[in-house]
Design a protein around this ligand. Sequence first.
Ligand SMILES: [Zn+2]
Length: 416
Amino acid sequence: MFDENYKFTAIDRFLKYVKIDTQSDEESTSFPSTEKQKVLSKKLSEELKSLGLKDAVMDDWGYVMATLPSNTTKDVPVIAFISHVDTSPAVTGANVNPIIHNNYQVGDIKLPNDPNQVIKVSDNPELKEMAGFDIITTDGTTLLGADNKAGVAEIVDAVNYLITHPEIKHGTIKICFTPDEETGRGTEKIDLNKLNAKYAYTVDGSSRGEIESETFSADAVTIKFHGKNIHPGYAKGKMVNAVRVAAAFIESLPKDKLSPETTDDREGYVHCTNFNGNEELTIVKFIIRDFVTSKLKEYEDFLKQLAEKTIQQFHGARMEFEPVEQYRNMKEILDNYPWVMENAIEGMKRLNIKPILSPIRGGTDGSRLSFMGLPTPNIFAGEHSFHSKLEWVAVQDMELVVKLIVEICKVWEEKA
Ligand SMILES: [Zn+2]
């Protein structure tokens, strides 16, 4: 049983973490993409150390790793809990002013410093079940950073609980806080030998009960359309304008299917993310997504045929087609280690949390980690409406995640 007299520390920690600006930057080529992420990471390594995790350290790349040693005689597989410290490049994370709406009575929440920012119940049906909860929001001028500082705070609090309750038996638990998840580069410099865990969980999901073992498989495609440039005054019968070739290609894409704006659930898509060029050379970039990896090739073949057909209409035009692998559906790996999901679901059941298994129409650090040899599903952290000024998290959800992390550690020990 969870110690009902335990005084949770997750909220106080969270309110401090969100005050530290850790916005990452997609344009940056350095690692981490922004130095300021290390300010929080350094603080976290010190916090873990002061809790008693002697080896807690931040490396040169900004990864924080620490070990909570086993206190059981059983041989329990080493598991890790992972969260990211950076916040979305989309919305500023500087001068975050968190507001706690105590004893929330279901209704739209107006954020005080921008009348245009209203958290609507109609957009957030979860709020209907949160009467009496305490909801944390921003003042309307920044994002909150619950994605993923809620996860960070929950993990640190769970460590605090385990340390202050040594009667709870657990195996070796690893803690890892990563930079740059939001730029898609969060696992680029991670030292998995140093982490030395067999399985892991990212704590970066949304609603209560969410547990995710399935992500998109993802490729990117660059198509280069080459034209023939010549002074427009002397161009008759000679110029081939690559901008027009590329535009004709885009126009030939299906209008009622195969795009993000026309698909949901398990449907995949091709999505043009960038169009840039001139008469000589125009480059269009696509991302390709589906839950079934083999479908990516089908979509790419389809795009290639369309592009070839297009250049045939422009005499003298050429094109180059370059697909690149991005990440793969982690289910392909996780299905080989079903106990990783089972143990987390068992933890949820013991806390009366109804597991929600939904596929993610995107990727997580777990997708890459799973293919790097560390099977890593994602569990909820309570974050909502992330990457926006309307971001919010419920205090009671955060405390429930602390309990869940503790419970998962117990399940692994019991089943060993
Ligand atoms: Zn996140």
